[in-house]
Write a protein that binds this ligand. Structure first.
Ligand code: GLC
Length: 700
C-alpha cells in the first residue's frame, strides 16, 4: 500500500511541517479528553482508536482540518471477526480452509467499518500459536506457518480490497509482530525465548506473506523476544522487517507498549522508552503519550536525529495518502444505514459459521432425524445470545445472535417436543439445575448438550491453565449421561479443550467454536444434516495440558519410537487437519509425474479421491512434504498445499499439487532458502496423520 511514490509525496509535505507537527503524526490516543482535543486543535496528533460513529469521527476530521497542520487522522478499530455483522472467531473460520470465504468476511468487515469512518483495522492477527492455554489462539489461524500465511494474505486482501473514489476503505494492520504466540506457559504478555531459526521458520512467514500482499501497517507486540521487547527491538523492526522484508508501511505499537519498556526493565523512564522506540523503528506510539512527551526534547538535546522523526512521519503520511484521506476524510453519515448488516452479509455469516464447524466424533447418531418425537436441549450455552459472539466482538450486538434453541426451533416442526433446560451456568452450578435437566433428558429421544467457554474465556489475557470443559458443565454432562446415553455434545469455545473423557463416553462431538451471530442456524443445519460438516482442525487438540506444546510439524528426534510420557499416549486427541464428514472419502492412485528430479525441476503430484458414502460432501485435501535428511533437521511433516473439493456420492475427482523449489526448500544454516538434494516424502491425505505417500528423489 505504501510505496516509493507516496513516500516521495509525503516527504514534500513533511518538509513544511514544524517538529511539533511531525511528532504529532507519531502520536495516537485511545481516548478523547481535553488533552487530546487540544492536540487536535493544534494539529499535533496523527491518529485515534476507540472513537466511533461517523458523526464523531467527522467532527474530529473537521477539527484537524481547521488547525494549522491540515493532516487528516487515521482512525483505528479492532475489527477482528466482523464490525457489526459478526463472523466466527478467526480460529474457527480458519478450519474452513476456505480462503475466498475468509477474504469475503474481511471485505464485508472493512466495508461496514469504513462506512462509519474507520480507516485502519487492527487485524489480521497472524500469530502462529502452539499453546492453547494462551487466550489469543482464538484470534489467529492456528499452528501452521503455511496455512497461517495463506490466511494472512486472504485477510489482507479482503480488508484492503474495497475501493471507493479509488482508495482502499481501510488499511489492514497485521499483528502482533512477533512471536507473541510463543509466550511462555501460554501466559499472555509473557516473554518468548525463541531461536532465530524458529522465528524465521514459524513466526515470520505470515508477516512476510502479509507484506507481500501489500499490508499497509504492522503492530509490534507486547512481548520480550530473547531479551529485547519488540517495541524497542531494532533488529526485528529495522534489520528484518525493513531491510530484509522491505516493509515500507507503518509500525504501530501495541497499547502503551512503548511505555511498557520501563516495566520490561528495558528503559529507565519514559524518555529512554521514547528513545528506544523511535530508534527501533516504532512509528506510532499507541496511547502511552511517551512520544508526545519526550521526542521534542530528545531531538533538541541531540539524542535523537530529527531524520528519525521525519522518516516515521513520512511513512504515516504516505499511508494517509494511500487511503486518499487528504481528499476524503469525511464520511456520509447516512452511508452506514445502507451498508451495515444487509441480507447478503448475514448469508455470508451463516456460510462462514457452517464451514467453521468441525465434526470430531460421530458413531452414527448424527445427523439427527427431523422426525424425532422429542429432543432435550441442555446446557448454559443453548439459549445464550452473548457468548457465541466470542472475544473481540467489536460492534456486534447480542440481539442479532441466533441461539441454538432458536435455530433448532425454527428447523423442526411443531410436533417435535423440544425440552430446554439450562442445567448450570458456564462457571457455576444452579440449585436444582442438574435434577431438572435430568428429568428433561430422560423423557427425550435424544439430548443435545451445548457446553464450553464464555466468549471472554479466550482473547486477550484470558489464558487457562486447565483446558477441560468447566467443572459445573462437566458434572452436568456426567449426570445427564446416567439417564440418557444418546447425547450429542456441541462445544462453544475459543481454543482446543482437553476432551479425552468426552471422546470415550459420548457418541458424537461437534466443535462449534464461537461462530458469531449465525451460530444457532449453522449448528442446527449440521445437527440435522442440512449441511454436511467439512471443517478441519488448524490447531492440535491435546489429550491433556501436560502434552503442551504439541503440534503436528514437530521434529523426529533421534529416538522417535521411544515413549513420550509414562502416563499418557503420545498422540494428540485430535491432530492438525482432522475433521469428519457425514460421508466417507477414499484416497487412491497417488502419482508423481517423475520420481526423480534434478535440482530446480518441478513435478506434479496427484491423487484421486472418491466419495464412498451416501451423501454429498466437501473434503479438504491436504498435501504435506517431509525432507528425510538435510543440513538442518526438518519436521516430520509440513503442509505445503490444500484444496477443497465437493464430491457427490460415488463421484471421483483428481487433485494435483505442483512441487518445486517453494515446496522443497529449507532455510539453511545462513537462513538462505535452498533446495538440497536428497529424499523427500510426498503425502496427500485427509489430515496430518493419514494419507498416501510416495518418495521423491532430488539429485544434483
Ligand atoms: C490490545 C491488543 C491489540 C489491539 C490493541 C488496540 O491490547 O493487544 O491486539 O489491537 O490493544 O485495542
Amino acid at each position: 500500500m505504501v510505496n516509493e511514490k507516496l513516500l516521495k509525496q509525503a516527504r514534500e509535505i513533511v518538509k513544511n511541517m514544524s517538529l511539533e507537527e511531525k511528532i504529532g503524526q507519531l502520536v495516537q490516543y485511545g481516548k478523547l479528553k481535553e488533552r487530546q482535543w487540544d492536540l487536535v486543535k493544534k494539529g499535533q496528533i496523527g491518529s485515534f482508536l476507540n472513537v466511533s460513529g461517523a458523526k464523531n469521527i467527522n467532527e474530529l476530521q473537521r477539527e484537524i482540518l481547521n488547525s494549522d497542520c491540515k493532516i487528516p487522522l487515521i482512525i483505528g478499530d479492532d475489527v477482528i471477526h466482523g464490525y457489526k455483522t459478526i463472523f466466527p472467531i478467526p480460529l474457527a473460520l480458519s478450519c474452513s480452509f476456505d480462503l475466498e470465504l475468509i477474504e469475503e468476511t474481511c471485505a464485508i468487515s472493512s466495508e461496514e467499518a469504513s462506512s462509519e469512518g474507520i480507516n485502519m483495522i487492527f487485524a489480521p492477527m497472524i500469530d502462529i500459536a502452539r499453546d492453547p492455554r494462551w487466550g489469543r489462539v482464538a484470534e489467529g489461524a492456528g499452528e501452521d506457518p503455511y496455512l497461517g500465511s495463506e490466511i494472512a494474505k486472504a485477510r489482507v486482501r479482503g480488508y484492503q480490497r474495497n475501493n471507493w473514489n479509488d482508495r482502499p476503505f481501510v488499511t489492514a494492520c497485521a499483528k502482533h509482530y512477533i512471536a507473541y504466540g510463543a509466550a511462555e506457559g501460554g501466559r499472555d504478555y509473557n516473554g518468548a525465548d525463541v531461536s532465530e531459526r524458529t522465528i524465521r521458520e514459524v513466526y515470520l512467514p505470515p508477516f512476510k506473506a502479509a507484506i507481500e500482499e501489500g499490508c499497509g501497517s504492522i503492530m509490534c507486540s507486547f512481548n520480550d523476544l530473547n531479551g529485547e521487547p519488540l517495541s524497542g527491538n531494532e533488529y526485528m523492526l529495522r534489520k528484518v522487517l525493513r531491510d530484509e522484508l522491505n516493509f515500507k508501511g507503518v509500525v504501530v505499537s501495541d497499547w502503551e507498549s512503548v511505555e511498557e519498556l520501563i516495566d520490561h526493565g528495558f528503559a529507565e523512564d519514559k524518555k529512554e522508552a521514547a528513545y528506544k522506540g523511535i530508534k527501533a523503528g516504532v512509528d506510532i506510539d499507541m496511547n502511552s503519550g511517551t512520544y508526545e512527551e519526550n521526542l521534542y526534547n530528545l531531538v533538541k538535546e541531540g539524542l535523537v536525529d530529527e531524520a528519525l522523526i521525519d522518516e516515521a512521519a513520512e511513512r504515516i503520511i504516505a499511508l494517509k495518502l494511500a487511503l486518499n484521506l487528504f481528499n476524503i476524510s469525511e464520511i456520509d453519515e447516512k452511508l452506514s444505514e445502507k451498508v451495515i448488516r444487509n441480507k447478503k452479509y448475514i448469508d455470508v455469516a451463516l456460510e462462514a459459521a457452517r464451514k467453521s464447524i468441525v465434526l470430531l466424533k460421530n458413531d452414527g447418531i448424527l445427523p439427527l432425524s427431523k422426525n424425532i418425537k422429542s429432543i432435550a436441549l441442555i446446557g448454559p450455552l443453548v439459549d445464550d445470545k452473548v457468548n457465541p459472539l466470542g472475544c473481540w466482538a467489536c460492534k456486534g450486538d447480542p440481539k442479532n445472535v441466533v441461539t441454538v434453541l432458536e435455530g433448532i426451533k425454527s428447523k423442526l416442526s411443531e410436533d417435535v417436543v423440544i425440552n430446554y433446560s439450562k442445567g448450570c451456568e458456564i462457571l457455576e452450578e444452579i440449585d436444582g439445575g442438574i435434577e431438572e435437566a435430568k428429568k428433561v433428558a430422560e423423557d427425550s429421544e435424544v439430548v443435545v448438550m451445548v457446553l464450553g467457554e464464555a466468549g471472554n474465556m479466550s482473547g486477550e489475557n484470558n489464558n487457562r491453565a486447565y483446558l477441560d470443559i468447566p467443572k459445573p458443565q462437566k458434572r452436568l454432562l456426567e449426570e445427564i449421561l446416567k439417564v440418557n446415553k444418546r447425547v450429542v455434545l456441541v462445544l462453544m469455545n475459543g481454543r482446543p479443550l482437553t476432551l479425552e473423557w468426552e471422546d470415550k463416553n459420548l457418541p458424537a462431538i461437534v466443535e462449534a467454536w464461537h461462530l458469531g451471530e449465525q451460530s444457532g442456524n449453522a449448528i442446527a443445519d449440521i445437527l440435522f444434516g442440512d449441511f454436511n460438516p467439512s471443517g478441519k482442525l488448524t490447531i492440535t487438540f491435546p489429550r491433556c495440558v501436560g502434552q503442551i506444546p504439541i503440534y503436528y510439524n514437530h521434529k523426529n528426534t533421534g529416538r522417535p519410537t521411544f515413549k513420550k510420557y509414562l502416563d499418557v499416549e503420545e498422540t494428540p486427541l485430535y491432530p492438525f487437519g482432522y475433521g469428519l464428514s457425514y460421508t466417507k472419502f477414499e484416497y487412491f492412485d497417488l502419482e508423481l509425474s517423475k520420481e526423480e528430479i534434478k535440482l530446480g525441476e518441478k513435478i506434479i503430484a496427484k491423487a484421486k479421491i472418491k466419495n464412498v458414502g451416501d451423501r454429498e460432501g466437501e473434503e479438504i485435501v491436504q498435501f504435506y512434504i517431509r525432507d528425510i535428511s538435510a543440513s538442518i533437521t526438518r519436521p516430520v511433516k509440513e503442509l505445503k498445499g490444500f484444496k477443497k473439493i465437493s464430491l457427490k456420492p460415488g463421484e471421483v475427482k483428481e487433485v494435483e499439487f505442483e512441487i518445486g523449489e517453494k515446496e522443497l526448500a529449507l532455510l539453511d544454516k545462513d537462513y538462505n532458502f535452498v533446495v538440497e538434494p536428497g529424499t523427500f516424502k510426498i503425502c496427500i491425505g485427509p489430515n496430518s496423520v493419514e494419507g498416501l505417500e510416495k518418495e521423491l528423489k532430488v539429485v544434483k
